[in-house]
Design a protein. Structure first.
Lengths: 68, 286
């Protein structure tokens, strides 16, 4: 497994977790909990975009593994 | 009119009238009687019995007596709402029995309580050692309220400086295999959501005895068929585990890479994610 595909895997799991956080935010009626979930989802989203950038960089470094 | 019919009519009338009167007196009657309500409660019963059986006098005599007895506590309550003095007279004062960890013998005597009575009352509050009590008060209702010394009070998350998720009241959305619409609406959910959740759990609606929505919209199911194990909602725990795994991955990447700049980026991301995890821990796990 190349580094890029490892990072991609982490990226995918994190994306799932981020989506779950958003679902929890939508499902709860408690305003405080809603706010905390939304905040965490936002923060995770920014980490996600960072990671996506990393993946692009890695793919540029190892073009032969692009897409894996 | 034959006697038996007269008695039957009077009894029915007495019961109905008594029912109406107790409705007026209110729900306080049963649980916490004041002196007056206690007296009224006894008297009203005997007047009603008298009304049913005594056929000589006209029926309205008993009705008048009943009404006065029933309205008296209502009037007193209204007065005691207005004035603290009347409140003290009618309801009496609470008596302090233990203060600063010391039993006040004089108050015990004036409440006509023996030591055994005090111990019994304390035991009913799950207190077996008098030494654990900081403060105890005999309420006007005759019940003992106990404040334990702070070192003997039950441990709460606050003592451990733990943050916990805000409490949300659970709603029963499925009862006896039928979907309850009102609690669902309170949660902002609908029947389709319930069906989707049941589909996920692989359970038929008819087989559900009770379905309760916990915090974060997790559906807890209890089935009629106790042999089938209903899947426990673990979405929150899974999400938390995923977050932790991703954080560990990021740290690993930071260690593995030789590129200084990448190392810094990964480290930064993993710290950010750790922050998210710390924030979410009380909500997802506790």
């Amino acid at each position: 497994m190349t580094v890029a595909s490892q990072v991609k895997q982490t990226l995918a799991s994190l994306k799932g977790a981020q989506a779950n956080l958003e679902t929890f935010a939508l499902n709860t009626q408690n305003q405080q909990a809603k706010q905390l979930y939304t905040q965490a989802a936002e923060q995770t989203k920014s980490i996600l975009s960072n990671l996506e950038q990393r993946v692009t960089e890695l793919e540029n470094e190892e073009p032969q593994y692009k897409g894996f | 009119m034959p006697d038996w019919l007269n008695i039957a009519l009077r009894s029915t009338g007495a019961i109905v009238y008594l029912f109406i009167l107790t409705k007026i007196i209110g729900k306080r009657q049963i649980r916490q009687l004041t002196y007056i309500e206690y007296i009224v409660g006894i008297t009203i019963g005997s007047i009603a019995g008298f009304m049913a059986m005594e056929m000589d006098g006209p029926i309205y005599h008993s009705l008048i007596a009943l009404t006065i007895f029933a309205l008296f506590p209502v009037l007193l309550e209204w007065l005691s709402l207005k004035s603290k003095f009347i409140r003290n007279v009618v309801e009496g004062n609470a008596a302090i029995l233990i203060k600063d960890g010391k039993i006040l013998e004089d108050n015990l005597k004036s409440e006509r309580l023996t030591t055994e009575d005090l111990l019994e009352h304390l035991r009913m509050k799950n207190v077996f050692r008098v030494a654990d009590v900081e403060f105890a008060l005999m309420e006007t209702s005759g019940e003992l309220s106990v404040l334990l010394k702070s070192q003997n009070q039950p441990l709460t998350p606050q003592h451990l400086e733990l943050t916990v998720s805000p409490a949300e009241e659970p709603q029963a959305v499925i009862m006896d295999g039928a979907i309850m619409d009102e609690p669902l609406a309170t949660l902002g959910l609908n029947r389709r959501w319930v069906r989707a959740e049941l589909e996920k759990a692989g359970v038929a609606l008819e087989n559900v005895f009770l379905g309760q929505v916990d915090k974060g919209g997790q559906l807890y199911l209890d089935l009629y068929d106790d042999k089938i194990q209903a899947p426990r909602p673990n979405e929150m725990k899974l999400t938390f585990a995923t977050l932790k795994k991703c954080q560990a991955d990021l740290e690993l990447f930071a260690l593995e890479t030789q590129d200084k700049r990448m190392k810094r980026f990964y480290r930064y991301d993993s710290e950010e994610l750790q922050d998210v995890i710390d924030q979410m821990k009380p909500l997802l796990i506790r």
